[in-house]
Design a protein. Structure first.
Ligand code: FRU
Length: 480
């Protein structure tokens, strides 16, 4: 197979080689972000599921480490290490700790294909997350089902107990289990058949957040990997109250809310143990269309989570992790571009003058004030020779934001879209292009559209445009 370095992201995580899907066991420990991930250590396709491992101090530069939890081969049983979480057991409730040091405890799904069985297993690490020992009493939860997976555990301080949320995918149902010691678990409640049930439910998570940052207004964000608004793969969320047994949805049962409007953002889970009550998640950008080599699959940009109240109730807002601002700020002036108060009328305005920016990898933050233009936005990865480009366009009449690709001068094919209205007369687009992924945060993260692109490696053009009329580009900040 031909290597595809032209599609290897620069500021997103990919395994050095071979397959990845879901992020697992996301946890911040002693100044380092740990990323475990569903990994096939042997091939560039799904299989031999194990927890791959990488760490980073800044969420951009990752150190690749040996597989942390490998598949388990026994005489009649193969155990694959499916998705799950990791918690720091500060009080050593599990008793797995050694020498007074808090153990790191991974709670994950053991998938046993021969037995057609999924149960929940526990493993622990006393070397800072490099290696794990399997708990001898596994499984810790077994309801004799073929599909029963993706545990997510939180410590509920007020109840002095751990709560595990697990999915029963084909029943569109979650179960809540409680434990004092991470070993013995009791079923406390269930939640299901609400929101979007067109696809199976996987990778649930429960995250406490303060609405509008107000400590008096605590809500739980429940996220589930299922479908997007069009019934393709994606994620949905609910907001509500949670007492360890019952999740009370803020909205009517059939109401649907989506985390991302593309077809590639999946299996995102929150980071545990972040300082200052920060909540941040990382998702998998699932491969579709063209395969990459020698790796397959990549992670999204880490996203800060917030709940904000408005006329439509409490909604999820996502932003690229604020800690990344430092990295952008530290780039040399030659890698930055700033523009203000520029009117664009019925034209395309090249941003990549002199070709000093890499048209395949950049990050831009734009604020537009719609005028008479029928459409405005960005043209990405343009190649004049092959007549190819990607268009990120907004239509003020329909409030539609779309991504379309043009190949060989053929007409634009829309791949993804969402609807969003201007806020105070403005549309803000944070556009993260990284070789083969495109993440667009609209209006400060009110909606997000993530997609994969497999553009021409020799693209040089990068432009803002207004079609049949004018738009004001109030401000543009871009980083190469
Ligand atoms: C989601 C998922 C999880 C499972 C894992 C297996 O992508 O199907 O439900 O634990 O992948 O790799």
């Amino acid at each position: 197979q031909t290597p595809t370095p032209q599609w290897r992201p620069v500021y997103h995580f990919t395994p050095a080689k071979n397959w990845t899907n879901d992020p697992n066991g996301l946890i911040y420990l002693d100044g380092e972000y740990h990323l475990y991930y569903q990994h096939n250590p042997f091939e560039n396709k799904w299989g031999h599921m194990s927890w791959g491992h990488a760490t980073s101090k800044d969420l951009v530069n990752w150190k690749h480490l040996p597989v942390a939890i490998p598949e388990i081969e026994k005489k009649d049983t193969t155990t694959w290490i499916f998705s799950g979480c990791a918690v720091l057991d500060t009080k050593n409730t599990s008793g797995f700790g050694q020498n007074g040091k808090a153990p790191l405890v991974a709670v994950y799904t053991a998938d046993q294909p021969k037995q057609q069985l999924e149960t929940q297993f526990v493993a622990y690490s006393n070397d800072g997350g490099a290696s794990f020992a399997q708990y001898a009493g596994n499984p810790v939860v077994n309801i004799q089902k073929k599909d029963f997976r993706d545990p997510s555990v939180v410590w509920m301080e007020d109840q002095q107990q751990w709560i595990m949320t697990v999915a029963v995918p084909h029943e569109h149902k979650l179960q809540f289990y409680a434990s004092k010691n991470l070993r013995d678990w009791t079923l406390k409640g269930e939640f299901g058949n609400q929101g979007d049930i067109r696809k199976i439910w996987e990778c649930p998570s429960m995250t406490p957040l303060f609405v509008d940052g107000d400590p008096a207004k605590k809500k739980w964000l429940l996220m589930i990997s299922s479908g997007n608004q069009d019934g393709a793969t994606g994620m949905q969320y609910f907001t509500g109250d949670f007492d360890g047994k019952t999740f009370t949805n803020d909205r009517p049962a059939n109401y649907q809310l989506f985390v991302d409007y593309g077809r590639t953002y999946y299996a995102a889970i929150p980071y545990n143990n972040l300082p200052d009550g920060r909540q941040m998640m990382l998702g998998w950008l699932m491969p579709f269309e063209t395969p990459t080599y020698p790796w397959r699959g990549q992670m999204s940009i880490p996203r800060d989570l917030a709940l904000k109240s408005g006329t439509d109730g409490v909604l999820l807002y996502q932003q690229p992790a604020a800690t990344l601002d430092k990295i952008l700020a530290a780039l040399p002036a030659a890698k930055k571009l700033v523009m203000q108060q520029t009117d664009i009328r019925s034209k395309e305005m090249q941003l990549n003058k002199g070709g000093k920016f890499d048209a395949n990898t950049n990050w831009a933050d734009l604020i537009f004030v719609p005028g008479t233009a029928k459409e405005f936005g960005l043209k990405l990865v343009q190649n004049k020779d092959t007549k190819s480009e990607a268009i990120l366009g907004y239509n003020p009449a329909t409030n539609e934001l779309y991504v379309a690709t043009v190949k060989d001068g053929q007409s634009a094919v829309t791949t993804d879209k969402l609807t969003v209205k201007p806020v105070n007369g403005k549309i803000r687009l944070q556009v993260l292009l990284d070789k083969s992924s495109l993440e667009v945060f609209v209006n400060g993260g009110e909606k997000v559209l993530t997609t994969l692109l497999f553009p021409d490696a020799k693209a040089t053009g990068w432009a803002v445009f207004a079609k049949e009329g004018d738009v004001k580009l109030e401000s543009l900040k871009a980083w190469n």
